[in-house]
Design a binder for this molecule. Structure first.
Ligand code: ME8
Length: 475
């Protein structure tokens, strides 16, 4: 039986989740729900969590005037609760301060060391704590600042342990050649391939000056570099009984900002530890809010919980995922979102379900019409899109089916037809119920919170259920 293992990045806990994080987590959750429906819940594993051994966290705890562990517990709980609140169906939530993770990191470190791929050296370089990475001069902007964090990096000079990434150029290129899906979308794959071909340098994997983190097994004065530790979470989560088989089916869903870590350093670390790399990495794009980059200083950082309180979890999920194609960059417009809610959700799918069920009650006393069982071309196309991770296109197919059903209603004027030719009207109701059934099956994936109400409306073999309002109009 096929298995699937989906992961999101484990997020830094120096702040609360915003809708950029929610976007990645909701997209992953949506793919997970598709596969659970297709291959069974027990064959899909979905892990998310928090990345805690970072200097950012130490600074944030100090700023909050809290002891580090107290701060971490509080923040990890906020992340976990946020995902629960917005309907993320993770199977496990991993924290990098947990013993199961520390043990796995230590084991993998030892394997890589035994391979001869770790050595001690001196590092002088420019380090950005925002990215938790060393930056080359060529990567800085015209002011010598980190382009992502708009801050001058720190000059660091310290003894470091290094990982021989340079040994893995050829094996990595081979892995990419063997499997065109190893890293998607295509644009990211090309970018990373040319990065590898330009020559890989060894990377520092320890911090002498770090205040907090997992101690380096060889030299307790050093802490393991946060990225070296964080990537291993994907394996740590499988230490629970019965999960080992999931590894060969691992898909890492990440944002494009962390592609190199996931498709160059991580597979090389795994190869060094004699573990096969993950099956695939999919790097989604970044989005702006009404055309502006999200930033604290601009005050346009949106909380997913605030949006979900106003519009509901299904709207949050669909609104974000339908704004631009998964894998591309895009924009999320609050104005378009409110309009999407009114026209597509309340006026589109909500109104369709309500109208059809009300009419079946009115003209057929709620008896279930013979639903047309023809294999739906919408469903097949929907599956194809979900399997290609083209989530936005899958959503378009959902709404295309809503439109098809609305057109059937309006073209046949079934409410008039029923008065003059009831058998003909019953056939139309059967077609419409067929459409609603497919939409309900899709809703288990796209609109999980409305799914039950939609199923209830469709009813059972004898009768349809009561008509309900799925999306209350806001205006
Ligand atoms: O990088 N648009 O964590 P992080 C879309 N701890 N996605 C966005 C976004 C935006 N504007 N802003 C953030 C880390 N994201 C590491 C990961 S994994 C072993 C360690 C999403 O808290 C996007 O998915 O900075 C990005 O990759 C992720 O948040 C980064 O989260």
């Amino acid at each position: 039986m096929t298995k699937k293992y989906f992961t999101t990045p484990i997020y830094y806990v120096n702040d609360k989740p915003h809708i950029g994080h929610a976007y990645c987590t909701l997209a992953t959750d949506t793919l997970v729900r598709y596969w659970r429906q297709k291959i069974g819940t027990e064959n899909v594993l979905f892990v998310t969590g928090t990345d805690e051994n970072s200097q950012k966290t130490v600074d944030a705890a100090a700023k909050a005037g809290q002891e580090i562990h107290e701060y971490l517990d509080e923040m990890a709980a906020i992340w976990k609760e946020t995902w629960q609140t917005i309907g993320i169906s993770f199977d496990d939530f991993i924290r990098t301060t947990e013993p199961r993770h520390i043990k796995t990191v230590t084991d993998i470190f030892q394997k890589i060391y035994a391979k001869g791929d770790i050595y001690k050296g001196k590092y002088v370089g420019k380090y950005c704590t925002g990215c938790e990475t060393f930056l080359k001069d060529s990567e800085l902007d015209e002011n010598g600042h980190c382009p992502a964090h708009r801050k001058a990096p720190q000059i660091l000079e310290e003894d470091n342990y290094f990982f021989r990434l340079s040994n893995y150029e050829t094996p990595l290129l081979k892995r990419f050649e063997e499997d065109p899906n190893f890293l998607l979308p295509e644009s990211r794959r090309n970018e990373i391939l040319s990065f590898i071909r330009s020559g890989l340098e060894d990377v520092s994997i320890s911090r002498e000056t770090a205040e907090f983190g997992i101690p380096l097994p060889l030299d307790e004065k050093h802490k393991i570099y946060v990225w070296f530790d964080a990537l291993i979470n994907y394996i740590s989560a499988l230490s629970t009984e019965g999960r080992k088989d999931f590894w060969s089916e691992a898909t890492h869903i990440i944002g494009k900002d962390i592609t190199r870590f996931h498709s160059v350093i991580w597979p090389a670390m795994l190869m060094s530890a004699d573990i096969s790399p993950a099956k695939e990495v999919f790097a989604h794009g970044f989005f702006t809010i009404d055309g502006v980059k999200m930033s604290k200083s601009l005050g346009n950082v949106i909380s997913p919980v605030d949006l979900s309180e106003k519009f509901g979890n299904d709207a949050l999920r669909m609104g974000l995922l339908s704004s631009f194609e998964f894998g591309n960059d895009g924009d999320f417009s609050l104005g378009n979102f409110a309009q999407f809610y009114e026209t597509q959700l309340a006026g589109g799918v909500g109104n369709l379900f309500n109208r059809v069920i009300v009419l079946i009650h009115k003209f057929m006393d709620g008896r279930r019409p013979q639903a047309s069982e023809k294999k739906d071309r919408h469903w097949n196309r929907f599956c194809e899109k979900m399997e290609n991770k083209q989530i936005r296109q899958a959503i378009e197919i959902f709404f295309d089916l809503v439109d098809t059903a609305n057109q059937t209603l309006n073209k046949t004027e079934v409410w008039k037809l029923a008065k003059i030719d009831l058998p003909a009207a019953e056939k139309v109701f059967g077609d419409l119920l067929g459409n609603l059934t497919v939409l309900t099956k899709m809703s288990e994936i796209l609109l999980p919170e409305s799914h039950q109400a939609m199923s209830d409306m469709i009813g059972n073999a004898e009768s349809v259920g009561e008509a309900k309002i799925l999306f209350v109009r806001q205006a």
